[in-house]
Design a protein. Sequence first.
Length: 565
Amino acid sequence: MLGYIPKAKKTFSSGVTNARCAIVSILTIFLLCVVVIIHGSAQSSQLDPSFGSGGKVTTDLFGGTDSVLALALQPDGKIVAAGVSFDPSVAASVIAMVRYNADGSIDSSFGNAGKVSTNFFGQRLRSSLAAITLQPDSKIVAVGFAEALTADLKRVGHAVAARYSPAGSLDTSFGDGGKLIIDFPVAIFSPNAVGIQQDGKILIAGQANPDPAAPGNTVGALERLNSDGSLDASFGSGGMVMTAFPNGPSSFSKFTIQQDGLIIAAGAPQDTRTGASSFALARYKADGNLDPSFGSGGLVTTALAGFGELKAVAVVENKIVVAGFVITGTDPRSISFAAARYNGDGSVDPGFGPGGIATADFFEGAGHLTSGAIRSDGKFIMGGFVGAPKSQAKGGTSLDFALQRYNADGSVDTSFGSAGKVITEFSDDENDEMFTLAIQPDRKIIAAGATSGGDDFALARYQTDPDFDLSFAQSTVNVDRGTVARTSLQLGRFGGFAGNITVSHSDTSGFNVRVKPDSVVTADPSVIVKFKVKPNAPTGPHQIVFTGQDDSGQKHSAAITIVVR
């Protein structure tokens, strides 16, 4: 996989390869060797001045190299930035976290003056982060890798997890003093993503290699832990699931959990016959078995036009959406944004791009796309870094944060920044690399990575445009014939939008359900919707689409399924 250039002290590879710890990327070399002409056309006009200094924050942790690789957003507006740092006290890289207040200042109540470092196995043995997530009780779960010494003093890498209290201390109710080895007993496991199920269980996705003698023969892998860190024996085989896709090595880079509890894991395996990648999805039941109602036996693949990676997956209005990038041909400058959309059964949505795949440029093909997120309205936020000319005295190029936004149909959203793009420079003539991003509830974007050539944590926050959306707290409502059900339609407002929204719904006369109100104009944050089901209404599921329109004519919609019993 493509990855950033790691400094020797920053990250490591221990036979279990992480996407962020990959070998030097051809694309990165290209960016360092050319002057990208688009740099002058896109500026940091979207930076949020209420965050840090002019929208930017940098933090030196221990005087060594530091990089943010993952973000978690707390409900109170605080931001947990996690990654790797070289800690001189153990002479090795460690898992590192900093918590920031909503204004970008360091939260001194977290860890040691706002900072936390975790070294798993001692002096000169390296630890590295893959992902973090936040539990509903504000505890933080991190997964990654760590080196340990065998009895004959050989270094061996392990997949590991750690859990922290809201104050930043290791949670001793988890694993062994807050830390845990999460290796597969039958395969080498490499975690890429972590999340929390509604029942509090911890789900981890990545890749596994059942045959250490053939390091390229990986399969997509899931592992589920109970709240105390023990393997959940009710999931798959002893808490673990391995799934192979055809024609090449497989890996899950991201996953999402549907409201009904079904798990969608996604990646972009490369076909060893053609060299091209595919967006690949697998859907699992709560017990870890593949869902046969999805795709072909639970699996879906959609071919890309070249090598690609998947950076985001989400469920938007009952559609499954994935996004990443694709490189066509042999020229690394041909990198493009790529996305696909699927119906609930895994079939390609024919209304989305040619054959269900939509592509568009990412910084005219000269950027390195490292991260992505999908908004609740289906818009895509994709980030990475792009080459920038250094000062005349130094010559050459450096790297700057690069952010681009796309509409829900995959086209470039030209209303964002300059023609859809925003470039942010932290340090003159140094490399500023974005590795992760997240979308706040108010739709402001947090982007993070490293600055000063990799020496400091770097975060930037970007404002959003005035907008609104519609959403239901639940996607399905069960109601008996001859009765009335109620639910709340939430009207979210962003970027200072405070106008009226006219809400209406699709025709329901065909299945004998009366919806009230038929139409309403409101500036309130929510509307109570009633579903009056007539005695002769046909049983089964019926979808109702609600549409909101502001005074300018801008429209958004949300769907809900009424199950008549």
